[in-house]
Design a protein. Structure first.
Length: 154
């Protein structure tokens, strides 16, 4: 578990400024997540954003938490992760069994940082997709980073 996030904060701020993304304060304080739920969010972030920059991982974590708080989605991390058809990586046979210990440090930092600091670089995005899939959906883009586009309906 990552305990000191100050160096991460500096790196994230610099990355955010380089990408031109704005970071919005949000309120995740109503989320009281167990360690198992946090680790499930880390696992999903790892599988979905492998090889992406830290800002993308933080944005992805924000989408998970934004969905938990939105009345149109399941109200738990587990419900969001396993929502039918929501995330391709969940369908992988090794999603639950692959040992990601030591390979998911950036993902754990992203999830814990986003949750602890109540920061959302996606402006409340509820959807995330690969750039190549953007034509399939009608969303209002709020952030584009790495190979991903984040957005909202409308």
């Amino acid at each position: 578990m990552v305990k000191n996030l100050s160096a991460v904060f500096i790196a994230l701020v610099l990355t955010t400024l380089e990408c031109g993304a704005a970071v919005f304060a949000t309120d995740y304080s109503s989320l009281t997540l167990s360690e198992e739920e946090i680790q499930l969010a880390v696992r999903l972030t790892y599988f979905e954003t492998e090889g992406e920059p830290l800002l993308c991982k933080c944005a992805f974590a924000a989408v998970i938490f934004n969905r938990v708080l939105d009345r149109n989605f399941p109200n738990s991390v587990e419900g969001v992760v396993y929502d039918a058809g929501a995330f391709r990586s969940v369908e992988r046979k090794d999603f639950q069994t692959l040992d990601i210990e030591g390979r998911s440090i950036d993902d754990e930092i992203a999830v814990r940082y986003t949750l602890r600091r109540n920061l959302d670089s996606t402006s409340g995005a509820l959807f995330v997709m690969k750039k190549d899939d953007l034509h399939l959906w009608k969303i209002r883009e709020t952030l584009r980073v790495g190979d991903f586009v984040f957005g909202k309906v409308g």
